[in-house]
Ligand binder design. Structure first.
Ligand code: ADP
Ligand code: MG
Length: 435
């Protein structure tokens, strides 16, 4: 028995039989590719892989340490050849640029009003490399599909046999530093200036890094001069990226600048349906609608939610229905609702308790006003990012100490007063599910 198998056997002793049978049993240890500091296991699909990585990898690392006395990172990956290739390359530390993710394709990118302009621009560029918009600059918030779209174009180019480089600013910079140190800058320049397509993700990280901006400028000029396609992404418009040389900033706008906006409900629903079918998770439409309504705009969260639902339902032998979904997502949704405003919370509390919002914010001392004010303050504290001084200002209290006293009082009430607690729960749920 090799060490990987031994660790799995020990893990079996530490978890329930059903957890073992559903998840751990499916893992295969790769004794050949694993090294003294990296243990590689294959999982049959992405959901199992994510779930094991997040739930068990710490335990597994601990067991490795107990068995062979040294610290090991655990890598749970998919068993197909592309992923294996990635792992091997990574462990040999050979890669100088990331591989493209083959599942980032145009086909599985859901298009709606929020992203159709960016989609059309990237698609067009993928059909006319170097000839239409060069550079193409895509910008938008986190998790809205910038990397997905850029890599979709990369995959098209790669399938045409083009030499595609996909890199982050960080990798570009690290590579640069290494070549400067080894006095092999000619090789660095050869590599980046002679590729067919250059994709640089999250270009905002060039900000204030002068030497790499200089190098990037020359790379850009060389590629552009040769009619080679450049695609860039960032979290904001080139004009809004501070600490960027003027000549770079203006070049970023030479081709086309396209933005991606947060998806509207319909697009979110389409994305959830598509992720369900890719991950072979079946959800009824009321659940899909619910998820689409409650998640905030970061599409990346959808995959996490699906994997969480799947895992819970497997572990607890419960079919995924709406009540179950609400329960599983409770914490996550409350976290997301940090964009609720003090006004909206106060007015919901006021409405429910039949008093005016202005009374909640007044200095009134009558019993029902104090009661409503406490509830509003407590919920605002939990569901918004407001600081104590901000709360004090909003609720007309003297200063943050006054708020802090009130919160202490509320917390002790929650411990002792069942009705108060129930009211807080009820209103919190109402507010988080209606917004
Ligand atoms: P960004 O680079 O903008 O932060 P990503 O491209 O990494 O975001 O997208 C985050 C996740 O959401 C990825 O798994 C991606 O496949 C998925 N995604 C984002 N937008 C869409 C979409 N319109 N259709 C399908 N999947 C999407
Ligand atoms: Mg990205």
């Amino acid at each position: 028995m090799n060490i990987g198998q031994q660790v799995l056997k020990q893990l079996k002793e530490e978890i329930t039989e059903s957890e073992y049978n559903r998840y751990i049993r499916q893992l295969v240890y790769d004794a050949k590719k694993s090294t003294s500091d990296l243990a590689i296991f294959y999982a049959p699909n992405a959901l199992v892989s994510n779930w094991i990585q997040s739930k068990y990898s710490e335990k597994m690392a601990h067991l490795f340490e107990v068995n062979n006395g040294s610290k090991v990172s655990i890598k749970i990956t998919l068993k197909n050849s592309t992923d294996r290739r990635k792992v091997i390359k990574k462990s040999e530390k050979k890669i100088s640029h990331s591989l493209l993710n083959p599942s980032h394709s145009f086909d599985n990118f859901m298009v709606g009003g929020s992203n159709q302009f960016a989609y059309a621009a990237v698609k067009n560029v993928s059909e006319n490399a170097g000839n239409v918009y060069n550079p193409l600059f895509i910008y938008g918030g986190v998790g809205l599909g910038k990397t997905h779209l850029m890599q979709a174009a990369g995959n098209v180019f790669e399938n045409q046999g083009k030499n595609v480089i996909y890199t982050t600013v960080e990798q570009f910079l690290n590579n640069f530093i290494r070549h400067v140190r080894n006095k092999t800058m000619d090789r660095f320049q050869e590599k980046y200036r002679k590729c067919d397509v250059l994709l640089i993700d999250d270009i905002q990280f060039l900000s204030n890094k002068d030497s790499i901006q200089e190098e990037f400028f020359h790379t850009f000029e060389a590629l552009k001069g040769d009619g080679k396609q450049i695609i860039l992404t960032a979290d904001k418009h080139p004009k809004k990226i501070g600490g960027l040389e003027k000549r770079l900033q203006s070049r970023f706008e030479w081709g086309l600048v396209a933005d991606i906006q947060p998806p509207e409900l319909e697009t979110k629903i389409a994305i959830i349906k598509s992720k369900c079918s890719i991950n072979k998770v079946q959800l009824s439409s009321d659940i899909i609608n619910y998820i689409a309504t409650v998640i905030d705009n970061n599409v990346r969260e959808i995959e996490g939610i699906l994997s969480k639902l799947h895992a819970y339902s497997q572990l607890m032998h419960i079919d995924i229905d709406l009540a179950f979904t609400k329960n599983v997502l409770k914490d996550q949704i409350q976290e997301n609702k940090t964009n609720l405003s003090l006004e909206s919370i106060t007015s919901s509390v006021a409405k429910d308790l039949n008093i005016k919002p202005s009374e909640i914010r007044s200095k009134g001392r009558s019993k029902n006003i104090v009661y409503a004010r406490r509830i509003a303050i407590y919920i605002c504290r939990n569901l918004t990012q407001s600081t104590m001084p901000q709360l004090a200002l909003y609720f007309g209290m003297k200063d943050h100490t006054a708020i802090s006293h009130t919160l202490k009082k509320i917390n002790s009430l929650i411990e002792t007063d069942e009705d108060f607690k129930t009211k807080i729960d009820e209103l919190t749920n109402k507010i988080t599910s209606s917004s």
